[in-house]
Write a protein that binds this ligand. Structure first.
Ligand code: LAN
Length: 727
């Protein structure tokens, strides 16, 4: 049971496993700022006992009582809340592991190592344990994400990181990993981001790294490919990367580094012709092959621009301006930064520019650990500095939808959640937002915390809905004033695209043709923002709810925004009735959202052929056991790929069918029974397959979805069908 709870497949290890005492770990949550602590002394352990949430995250026994077996969907929701409420953290938010991608942890360790930042022993030990637990038992490698097949990227980076963390070259698991790495062609076959880090560490020559020219930041804003137009994650990674590339920083070599050089290639280090490997990549990694145009641009940069045309003043000008932008990102986020790929790179840039003991380097050292997460398998790096606002908003909405928000039992929990959301609303725009190309954010919510401070169209919308839903109910304090709610609306209204759709962090600023500059090789559709049915729906439903609450504020702007968004969602429907999902797996996720959009404007199965078609698509995918299960392969391939039923996807599908008022109750009821049947006696659901995705090819875990979406789905069912006895 403990094993299943966290969905692990622990690789049996023949080596004597080094490990910390798991009973000594605690999660500290200070206004959403989450850090894990390993308590060294017995006094500390006594003074700071492990909470239920700590134990749950660590896979320790919880000793919770069995609850009365649920007979109705509402019973089941009550049990789920009994369990899930115990995981609420003191500031009012929920947390969870947010892992999946395997390329996040390496960046952090590389950055620590090359900046001579000591890695505390418990962290090094637990990171090693995690990486070994995630090693493929078949071939000894690692993939792009935990469910993916082994790649040169995953295997090279993880191998080197394990060595930096102290794993022995002769460890059987390392021998196996090295064998796989060589089979994949060695480190020269890694993608661009791998080569970049290997060059920084000094186990690869910079000649093997395709150019990352900071000069691009000097290009005037009107130029169609200027970096300010790129998707925020790409430009925020490109930013420190281009600075570091330009300085050609290399960590001063030491015996370990020299040893690694001899381990990761299929030939001796001195015999590798690095310049000939700029474009080498293993076929398994090459999800998005570089365009011919990019290959030509790289050639010109390497053979003409850099050796003959790039003068020192240009180089200096570009580096200065790039570093200025790095500083602005650091200041705007108090060194938390956008995400865990750019953050370690910003730290290295500050180390080069400001020196090892500077304030920026120290502050980065303090903040990087907020990305860490500890679980029973060891320590990993989360996709963001947490899921605070996002998961808290979903829980609130689920309870409200289930009609239980006024139940005195859940009021204290929801009041705390509301207080948390109030605290996390962003109240000011960034300093000189136009200079650093930032989107307006006053009134918005970020996915994780206010400090990170990036508005996302859907996180702002989901948090706003949660606040509006609760504040309307009797017995809840009005935490967020009308003016602040209007600020959120104002920000949302700046985020719409000309197409009518909504993207993630900003309206789309550049053309889709910019994908020809996609240099990352391992991801698809990353260069610019795109319209998303998920994000568009979140905004639609938030605006609809808001206009019920305040019908006069910016009435015509809102109605125009709604028309546009719906127009986009209609257009995005595929001929088979489905929508492709970009942030959850995959068609079940996006379909649920699209149907919610239509429902919010009164379009349902009976009055809209489009909605009927979407419902038929869902029904056609239901499995024999009554559930839905979709593989992550759907995201990669763009077609629905079945897997065994999952409670999360089953919930998404029936939420869609119910809001669409699908006339036949039978398939929905079968799904409800499946969800109820999988609930444990203590109210929890166990972890199943991975739920989320980004950039088409990377999967990411949303473990709290197995609570929030079943709660919402069962609650909605109970409301619509009179809470029948189903067991
Ligand atoms: C996220 C997490 C949340 C997600 C949703 C809110 C669910 C989505 O609807 C909009 C996009 C957003 C905000 C999102 C974007 C990309 C993120 C930040 C991630 C998937 C989490 C990790 C990922 C980030 C890009 C990881 C770093 C990797 C790079 C390639 C830079």
């Amino acid at each position: 049971d403990q094993k299943h709870r966290n969905g692990s497949a622990i690789t049996p290890s023949t080596e004597q496993e080094e490990k910390t005492d798991i009973q000594r770990w605690r999660l500290l949550d200070e206004r959403g700022c989450q850090t894990w602590h390993h308590l060294e002394s017995d006094e500390e352990v006594k003074a700071w006992p492990q909470s239920t949430a700590d134990k749950y995250f660590l896979g320790l026994p919880l000793d919770l009582p069995d609850l009365p077996p649920p007979k109705t969907p509402t019973d089941s929701v009550q049990n789920a809340l009994s369990f899930f409420s115990q995981l609420q953290l003191p500031p009012g938010n929920w947390a969870c592991e947010y892992g999946g991608p395997m390329f996040l942890l390496p960046g952090m360790v590389f950055a620590w190592y090359v900046t001579n930042t000591p890695i505390p022993k418990p962290i090094a030990v637990e990171m090693k344990r995690y990486l070994f637990a995630r090693q493929s038992p078949e071939d000894g490698g690692w993939g792009l994400h935990i469910e993916g097949e082994s790649t040169a990227y995953g295997t090279t980076m993880t191998y080197v990181v394990l060595r930096l963390l102290g794993a022995d070259e002769e460890d059987k698991r390392m021998i196996k990993a090295r064998g796989m790495l060589h089979k994949l062609g060695g480190a020269v076959n890694g993608p661009h981001w791998a080569k970049f880090w290997l060059a920084v560490l000094g186990v690869m020559e910079w000649d093997a790294v395709n150019p990352v020219p900071p000069e691009l930041w000097l290009v005037p804003d009107w130029v169609p490919f200027a970096p300010w137009r790129w998707w925020i994650h790409m430009r925020q990674v490109f930013l420190p990367m281009s600075y570091i590339y330009s300085t050609k920083f290399v960590f001063p070599s030491n015996p370990l580094v020299r040893r690694i050089r001899e381990e990761i290639y299929t030939q001796s280090y001195s015999s590798v012709n690095f310049a000939s490997h700029r474009n080498s990549i293993s076929p398994r990694d090459n999800y998005h092959p570089k365009s011919l145009i990019l290959t030509i641009i790289n050639w010109i940069l390497v053979y003409i621009w850099i050796p003959f045309l790039r003068t020192d003043p240009i180089k200096k000008w570009a580096e200065d301006w790039t570093f200025d932008l790095i500083q602005r990102e650091d200041e705007n986020t108090d060194f938390a930064n956008l995400a865990p790929v750019s953050s370690p790179m910003n730290m290295v840039a500050c180390y080069i520019h400001d020196g090892p003991d500077s304030y920026p380097v120290k502050r980065h050292r303090e903040r990087l650990p907020e990305f860490l997460w500890m679980k029973h398998e060891g320590m990993l790096v989360n996709g963001t500095n947490g899921v605070q606002t996002w998961d808290t908003s979903w829980l609130v909405q689920a309870v409200v939808e289930a009609g239980l928000a006024e139940d005195p039992k859940w009021k204290p929990m929801l009041t705390k959640a509301l207080e948390f959301l109030e605290d996390q609303q962003i109240r000011e725009n960034c300093m000189e937002q136009d200079v650093c190309y930032r989107q307006r954010r006053k009134g918005a919510w970020a996915f994780s915390t206010k400090t990170q401070g990036y508005t996302v169209s859907d996180t702002t919308s989901e948090a706003l809905k949660a606040v509006l839903m609760l504040q309307r109910l009797p017995g809840y304090p009005k935490q967020v004033s009308d003016e602040r709610i209007q600020d959120a609306i104002d920000t949302l209204l700046t985020m719409q695209n000309a197409s009518g759709g909504f993207a993630s962090y900003e309206p789309t600023r550049g053309s889709e043709y910019l994908e020809v500059l996609n240099a990352a090789e391992v991801f698809g559709r990353i260069m610019v923002e795109y319209d998303y049915p998920e994000c568009s729906t979140a905004v639609v439903t938030a605006l609809r709810l808001f206009s019920k609450h305040d019908p006069s504020y910016r009435k015509s702007d809102i109605s125009r925004a709604l028309d546009g968004a719906l127009k986009y969602i209609r257009k995005a429907q595929r001929p088979d009735g489905s929508w492709y999902g970009s942030w959850g797996i995959c068609f079940t996720y996006a379909g649920m959202f699209a149907l919610e959009s239509f429902a919010s404007v009164g379009e349902n199965y009976t009055n809209s052929p489009r909605v009927a078609k979407a419902c038929e698509f869902f029904i056609g995918k239901q499995r024999d056991d009554g559930g839905w299960g979709e593989s992550y392969k759907s995201c990669e391939m763009g077609v629905y790929v079945q897997r065994e039923s999952q409670v999360v996807m089953t919930s998404w599908a029936i939420i869609g069918l119910m809001v669409a008022e699908y006339p036949d109750r039978e398939p929905i009821e079968r799904a409800v029974k499946l969800i109820m049947g999988r609930q444990q006696r203590n109210g929890e659901w166990l972890q199943e397959g991975i739920e989320g995705v980004f950039n088409k090819s990377v999967m990411i875990s949303y473990p709290n979805y197995k609570f929030t979406f079943p709660i919402k789905a069962l609650g909605m069912f109970a409301k619509r069908y009179g809470n029948p006895k189903l067991v």
